[in-house]
Design a protein around this ligand. Structure first.
Ligand SMILES: *[C@@H]1O[C@H](CO)[C@@H](O)[C@H](O)[C@H]1NC(C)=O
Ligand SMILES: *[C@@H]1O[C@H](CO)[C@@H](O)[C@H](O)[C@H]1NC(C)=O
Length: 365
């Protein structure tokens, strides 16, 4: 037994020393060498304009640590500023480390479609952890994990406070944390202050969001769904949405194809919501908010222990605008969003496809 343990010990030593243990990246020109290391430390790095900090195809098991401030040169392009991919990665930042997009340089472009802004951070990882990243002032959408599997994302911060109050703010389309086509991904203990969706998922399976705080933006969104994207087994719990346009938003596109099954919102606080406390609609698209909702199955949706208030009487506590056959097997328990009398809508807000017998009070006057 002793001999076996000793042999194994030597073997591990040999394997470990075959590659550099540690590489401190000071310049993007060193990326190829850095990617050979077991651990990449990124300290006070400036990434030149129009260049992606390309951490894709990292060796299995690589650790990436951010220390200090990472900044990016200015260019009108679509990015991303950072991309990262691999298996069994351990991606983390020290407290006080900042990925600083200095987004105000692009926010001046407003919503103009021809004004390109770089997406910030795109991860495609398996069996990995992503922890403690602090994004300051993203130019446009901030963090996405697309095609991620078995991954835990925790203690993330998205901070566009410099753009001012969310609804009056200038930081258009700064979606906070996004998941797309993932399987078994959790998002824990995170904070987003931004000016678009706080959390958004397109398709995916087995997703859990726990202890997320959203402020200033457009709330928590499922969808826009379309293009065959299914959302199956998503739970969002123990979270809060504060001073935002919408609280909870489930949206499917006009003529969308796909499915939505076993989505649960549980123990959510909505505080000072401006337009829709809970909005579930099937007519997302260029003609929104008008347009007939398209048929799209929303099966086994659960809303449980949702409480909140609207700012003033203009907003709607709950709005549902669905094809009559869309809602199936819903549970609606202890949902108590108050204050809205739907006074801001012209023409007056109507509801459609509300499942009966659940006591849902849609678009109260
Ligand atoms: C889901 O991902 C976690 C890591 O976040 C992992 O520990 C767990 O084994 C995964 N579950 C399955 C069924 O693969
Ligand atoms: C919830 O997340 C926040 C960060 O937004 C963190 O400070 C807090 O400790 C978390 N709460 C729990 C119970 O983990």
């Amino acid at each position: 037994m002793t001999t076996a343990a000793l042999t194994l010990g030597c073997l591990l030593f040999v394997v470990a020393s075959a590659s550099a243990q540690y590489f401190e990246l000071r310049n993007v020109n060193q990326l190829a060498d850095a990617k050979k290391a077991q651990k990449i430390v990124i300290r006070d790095l400036h990434v030149p304009a129009g260049v992606t900090l390309d951490l894709s195809n990292l060796r299995e098991g690589t650790t990436v640590e951010f220390i200090g401030r990472v900044t990016f040169g200015y260019k009108e392009w679509s990015g991303p500023l950072v991309k990262i991919s691999g298996k069994r990665l351990n991606i983390m930042a020290y407290d006080y480390a900042r990925l600083d997009g200095e987004g105000h340089r692009w926010w001046k472009g407003g919503r103009h479609p021809n004004f390109l802004k770089p997406r910030f951070f795109e991860a495609t990882v398996d069996d990995s952890t992503i922890r403690n990243l602090y994004f300051k002032n993203p130019p446009v959408s901030c963090f996405v994990c697309n095609w991620c599997h078995n991954t835990e994302i925790s203690r993330m911060t998205v901070d566009t406070k410099d753009a001012g109050d969310g609804r009056a703010g200038r930081a258009f389309n700064t979606d906070g944390i996004g998941l797309g086509f993932v399987k078994n991904v959790t998002v824990l203990n995170s904070y987003v202050f931004n000016q678009d969706d706080c959390f958004v998922t397109g398709g995916g399976e087995d997703m859990l969001v726990d202890n997320l705080t959203c402020e200033g933006g457009n709330g928590i969104s499922v969808g826009s769904l379309g293009n065959g994207a299914d959302v199956v087994r998503l739970t969002i719990r123990n979270s809060r949405v504060i001073n935002s346009l919408t609280g909870l938003n489930i949206k499917t596109e006009l003529h969308a194809i796909g499915l939505h099954r076993d989505v649960t919102f549980e123990n959510i606080e909505l505080r000072d919501i401006h337009q829709y406390g809970i909005s579930i609609h099937g007519n997302e698209g260029p003609t929104f908010p008008s347009g007939e909702p398209s048929f799209f199955i929303l099966d086994r949706l659960t809303m449980r222990n949702i409480r909140g208030n609207m700012v003033g009487t203009g907003g709607a506590n709950v709005w549902i605008w669905l094809h009559p056959n869309s809602a199936q097997n819903w549970r609606w328990e202890n949902v108590n969003v108050v204050g809205g009398k739907s006074a801001m809508f012209r023409p007056p807000l109507q509801c459609k496809g509300v499942p009966p017998h659940l006591g849902i009070r849609c678009a109260e006057k």
